[in-house]
Design a protein around this ligand. Sequence first.
Ligand code: NCD
Length: 311
Amino acid sequence: MRFAHRHLLGIEHLSQSDITAILDLAETYVDMNRQSTKRSDVLSGLTQINMFFENSTRTQASFELAGKRLGADVMNMAMQASSIKKGETLIDTAMTLNAMHPDLLVVRHPHSGAVDLLAQKVNCAVLNAGDGRHEHPTQALLDALTIRRAKGRLHRLNIAICGDVAHSRVARSNLILLGKMENRIRLIGPPTLVPGQFAEFGAEIYDDMNEGLQGVDVVMMLRLQKERMDGGFIPSEREYYHRYGLNAEKLALAKPDAIVMHPGPMNRGVEIDGTLADDINRSVIQEQVEMGVAVRMAAMDLLARNLRDAA
Ligand code: NCD
């Protein structure tokens, strides 16, 4: 399996065959993760540092478990408590860590482009765990694996991405990935949250959810990213739920076997009905979390093979 990249910075840089290679390898890790002994040594001797400059529950836990299950030495930097607070720049922090010879650096940062910049300054492999509104490649890959397993394929599907597209790196990475794999994508939300320029990605835009959901195979809901809003995007959460919140009634407009996805964390009763989110017959939200560990194991495994080849 060839993966000709030093870093995993965005879906933008990946080809169809790169995406397929990661997903195929991830399948083997899904099986491994379901065994009682979850242990491989493909990263043994390697040091993985997780640097999260933004809060994260599932992504950080998922990268940490992924590294540990593959035998890496994993360190989580508490960035809140670090020298950043004393005014050290991102690059100085990165250079300091670089001098300790990590092999894999997993970085989340609130600014779009910060992770790419950092990757240019260090000698190790860098994985983007989300940068601003730009990209979140492992999220799109885990979503792709979840879809492929539920639908038996990852092409020629009708996929609706609904809600706060404007502020979402998850939406952006998914748009790029699902487009590369030749799916039809609809973006659903109010014009304030789904600006017209997203049509550039080849997506159809709907502001009426009842229209947009007709006949789709996959409904991907997004969190209303209140922390990235400076007011004026929605009239009220109640009104938003009424028009754009997913419930069983709206889901009935999609294909009868349509799946419901959400990257988490969810605002129950704002973008999605809590009961529907928990309905194991329709919702694959827990499976997304499971696939996340496997996809991150696959991505780090592939990058580590390149590190070893280069050594
Ligand atoms: C997403 C993120 O941080 O971009 N969460 C995640 O990684 N699972 C989406 C979000 O915060 O809404």
